[in-house]
Design a protein around this ligand. Structure first.
Ligand code: PLP
Length: 383
């Protein structure tokens, strides 16, 4: 039986070539900390960490290398930005497609008097951008928005929203969990004040490493969420007032940074638009196939230009979870079923509470695998 991995939106696999050996190389041959020891080997690690910030800053067109902050994942990054920045009385706008990584911290912040409203999206996942200006209140501080929905696959128009934020004097905080990697994201063009990313999805690095890129302007408004040792200005009891140390208490995930660095090298060495086209073709074949199967309903847009490489479907004849189970047991096809940690998105898309069955691709997948999954779906939904 084949093993077909269609759960790349959850975490990508395989990882970029070189990631595993780079991490093993660090653990086996280097292994020391950064910013602590005063010996040549520690400086080698410091250079690697610095270079990785530089690669991320260049990939996302950020302000400066020092403004790249490492965290464990995008969830931690979003928490650090929102909790570090928002104060009692502040209001933010979010989209109707947000993941719990955004919604749960905001729900928690309600306890300290932060409020939020949801910019509507239609039931295909298209943002009703014309609503934004009417929803802004005197106390609105920011728009917080996912770039790619992990349920409908919709890509939200961040450059257009960024223009509104610029004209209205709002900060713009973007969750790029599903798009960081092959998709072109420019913080400057989209006027993004904080771009939150995770290393283990489209960036094709390991789990446990992520971060955010922040502008000086927003960083000045933020308090750290974590306090502790940074290896710098250790004579002081306060956190350093400079970046990135201000937001990086405790030892960094160095194996993760080595792995991510290698993944970023891979992304630099390939033609990203070519690989994006490979993913678009897989997505488009899958969508056309789903539309031809009576027992399935496609969730979200048919148009692949405004989509990332993931497709949610609803099974009309049988339980989604049963189909996911049989896809794995009988065909070796790995998918994800349920809420995908995004109940708000399901309410928007009309798939709450039943959830969806999600297929997510990367450019290592093949047209043959997509055809195999469609054949399996045809049989399973007809049973
Ligand atoms: C849109 C979005 N935001 C946030 C996350 C959370 O990612 P992580 O678990 O790496 O923090 C995900 C992961 O599914 C996601 O799809």
């Amino acid at each position: 039986m084949k093993g077909v991995y269609f759960d790349n939106a959850s975490t990508s696999w395989p990882k970029a070539p070189g990631v595993a050996s780079e991490m093993a190389g660090y653990l086996e041959n280097i292994g020391c900390n950064v910013g602590r020891g005063s010996y040549e080997r520690a400086y080698t690690v410091a250079r690697k960490v610095y270079d990785t910030r530089e690669k991320l800053c260049s990939l996302f067109d950020g302000e400066d290398n020092k403004n790249v902050i490492f965290t464990a994942n995008v969830t931690q990054a979003v928490n650090m930005v929102l909790k570090g920045f928002l104060r009692q009385g502040d209001h933010v706008l979010i989209s109707g497609l947000e993941h719990n990584a955004v919604v749960r911290p905001l729900e928690h912040l309600k306890r300290v008097g932060v409020t939020y409203d949801v910019i509507p999206c239609d039931n295909l996942g298209n943002l009703e951008i014309a609503c934004i200006e009417k929803m802004i209140k005197p106390e609105t501080k920011a728009v917080v928005m996912t770039h790619g929905s992990n349920v409908s696959g919709s890509i939200l128009p961040i450059e257009a929203v960024g223009r509104i934020c610029r004209s209205q004097g709002l900060y713009f905080i973007v969750d790029a969990a599903q798009t960081a990697g092959l998709h072109d994201i420019s913080m400057k063009r989209a006027n993004i004040s904080a771009l939150c990313f995770t290393g283990h999805k489209g960036l094709m690095g390991p789990q446990g490493i992520g971060g955010f890129l922040v502008t000086d302007d927003l960083a000045e408004q933020m308090d750290p969420l974590l306090y502790g040792g940074t290896g710098s200005v250790s004579d002081q009891l306060d956190m350093p007032d400079f970046l990135p140390d201000r937001f990086e208490a405790g030892t960094l995930n160095l194996p993760g940074i080595y792995g991510l660095s290698s993944a970023l090298d891979y992304l630099c060495s390939v033609d990203k638009s070519e690989l994006l086209m490979v993913e678009e073709r897989l997505t488009s074949t899958f969508i056309r196939g789903v539309e031809a199967i009576d027992g399935l309903r496609l969730v979200g847009n048919v148009d692949i230009q405004s989509r990332c490489a993931l497709v949610s479907v609803e099974c009309l004849t049988r339980d989604n979870a049963q189909i996911a189970f049989e896809l794995d047991r009988d065909y070796g096809i790995m998918t994800r079923v349920g809420m995908h940690c995004a109940p708000l998105a399901h309410r928007t898309l009309g798939t709450y509470p039943q959830g969806t069955l999600r297929f997510s691709f990367n450019h290592f997948n093949t047209q043959g695998e997509v055809a195999y999954a469609l054949e399996a779906l045809q049989k399973l939904t007809a049973e």
